[in-house]
Design a binder for this molecule. Structure first.
Ligand SMILES: [Mg+2]
Length: 293
């Protein structure tokens, strides 16, 4: 049957009004003149971290889930979240703790990344230290509630960070300003921390986890980098997967991994960890690493 055109239009309008059609994204503008600012590979990642509600929900989800499991872990005397390499003395009888990385795990440094996007600059120790000394990093969603909950239940909150030694005081001040539980200087294990008899390779955290293992039974660990949980001996895509392979069952139970698309050791893994290579070459290696089917 062929519908009369005005009637068909009226029906179409009526149906459109009744249907919850998905909102259409605004059309992309047609290709115009050359962009006025240089493109920055980190723009979308930083914009997502700062503005996307999904970012906040992922953090909330992780911390709330951890909190719902924390007392169960506390009351299970066999529960421990350190690997056999890091557990240098038995956990039995030791007081409980949770271990958290700081940057992009409890503190949000996206403003520093945003400044780099705006200026077209790149990370360097001086500008990073200057940002840390502002003590203006914000708390990431869920982190405050979780750490306070842990502290309120007699669980030590240990911050294990790769911030440099000279940033210890400003880091603790930033955490305290936000209301994070900080029991004292011992609660912060930065790059300057030494574990006698253990040789720290680069910024790997294994020695500091061993130090924690002498004092605490660790209920949970939190981080945005694989190295927050295990030492990564071969920083390639495959090497990183191998490093975590034996502990996949711990993820979401003992280990809580948070998202960081703005920086991390996942990135140099794509260009042979060669930060000295020209930027264009590193970028090309990243493009080469993408999957196309
Ligand atoms: Mg981090």
């Amino acid at each position: 049957m062929r519908l009369h055109l005005p009637l068909a239009l009226a029906l179409a309008v009526l149906l459109a009004g009744c249907t919850a059609a998905p909102a259409r994204p605004a059309a992309r503008p047609a290709a115009g003149p050359v962009a006025e600012v240089a493109a920055n590979d980190n723009l979308n990642a930083v914009a997502w971290a700062q503005t996307a509600i999904e970012h906040d929900l992922v953090y909330l989800q992780a911390y709330r889930d951890a909190q719902s499991r924390l007392l169960g872990a506390l009351h299970d005397p066999h529960w421990d979240a350190l690997t056999k390499e890091d557990r240098v003395v038995p956990a039995a009888g030791l007081p409980p703790a949770v271990v958290l990385d700081i940057d992009e795990t409890v503190l949000d440094n996206s403003a520093y990344q945003a400044r780099l996007v705006k200026s077209g600059g790149a990370y360097d120790e001086a500008s990073w230290a200057a940002w840390c000394k502002e003590e203006r990093a914000r708390a990431l969603p869920g982190a405050l509630a979780f750490t306070r909950f842990a502290a309120a239940h007699g669980i030590a909150v240990i911050y294990l960070s790769n911030r440099a030694k000279d940033l210890d005081a400003v880091t603790l001040a930033n955490l305290r300003k936000l209301g994070f539980p900080v029991s004292g200087p011992d609660a912060f294990l930065g790059l300057g921390t030494v574990e006698p008899g253990c040789t720290q390779v680069g910024t790997s955290k294994g020695c500091r986890r061993q130090l924690v293992s002498r004092q605490y039974r660790v209920l949970m660990q939190f981080g945005d980098q694989l190295g927050d949980f295990v030492d990564v001996h071969t920083n390639t895509e495959a090497g990183r997967r191998r490093a975590i392979a034996g502990y996949m069952q711990w993820v979401g139970r003992r280990w809580f991994v948070l998202p960081n698309p703005t920086y991390g050791s996942w990135e140099p893994a794509l260009f042979h960890n060669d930060w000295r290579a020209p930027a264009a070459k590193r970028r090309q290696e990243k493009i080469n690493a993408l999957r196309y089917n």
